[in-house]
Design a protein around this ligand. Sequence first.
Ligand code: UDP
Length: 241
Amino acid sequence: MPSTPKFRRVLLKLSGEALMGDQQYGIDVATVDRIAADVREGIQGGTEICLVIGGGNIFRGLAGAAKGIDRSTADYMGMLATVMNALAMQAALERIGVPTRVQSAIPMDSVCEPYIRRRAIRHIEKGLVVIFAAGTGNPFFTTDTAAALRAAEMSCNAMLKATQVDGVYSADPKKDPNAQRYESLSYHEVLARNLQVMDASAVSLSRENGIPIVVFALKDPGALAAVLKGEGRCTIIEERT
Ligand code: UDP
């Protein structure tokens, strides 16, 4: 009998770079397969999971704009990159028997469903993994903000932000050996100290909706399942009373 999960429903935010593995660019199928297996383990533990995946492994709007592409156009290109990542994750999950739907904020009927909130909730209730693609559908936003938005719309109990390290640190632990790791933080502390966890609009949106942000390292095997049970190493960002 599996132990009761700490969270009934979560939104997992992966950066596009999480799909690169050791590559410098693009999608490493073995890495996507490993993450898919982690997601399946999480579902088997009794948590409903939906996903938002970034696009930074393929294209970032700001980088395109720096090279002279009009910013809005570059951002739409970035959103299309997230759709490619969503399809790669869908394929990986379905290879291991996890039913999924991709819903895109930019309608693309031949490729995936359009984003329809009530339909997404129905899919999740039936045990499907819903992957939200194309961010918010608007330029000048990020997939972090899209993740906070979808987490609120789906009434998630937490937003899980997968990173390279096992939580939030006072400085980059790869560069500063004295960097201090936090067990918990308030939204205000993250914003006031300008801690680089998620962009400020994502943190503010989560704060307004009372959705805790759980920051953890995805690369550690079993890390996702542990966090979902309330056991893993992570930093929890939530309102302090
Ligand atoms: N993007 C956008 N609106 C959104 C989400 C994403 O315009 O609502 C674009 C933006 O150009 C961004 C790119 O998509 O650079 C990829 O997303 P992001 O940088 O958030 O990906 P990550 O850093 O998580 O891989």
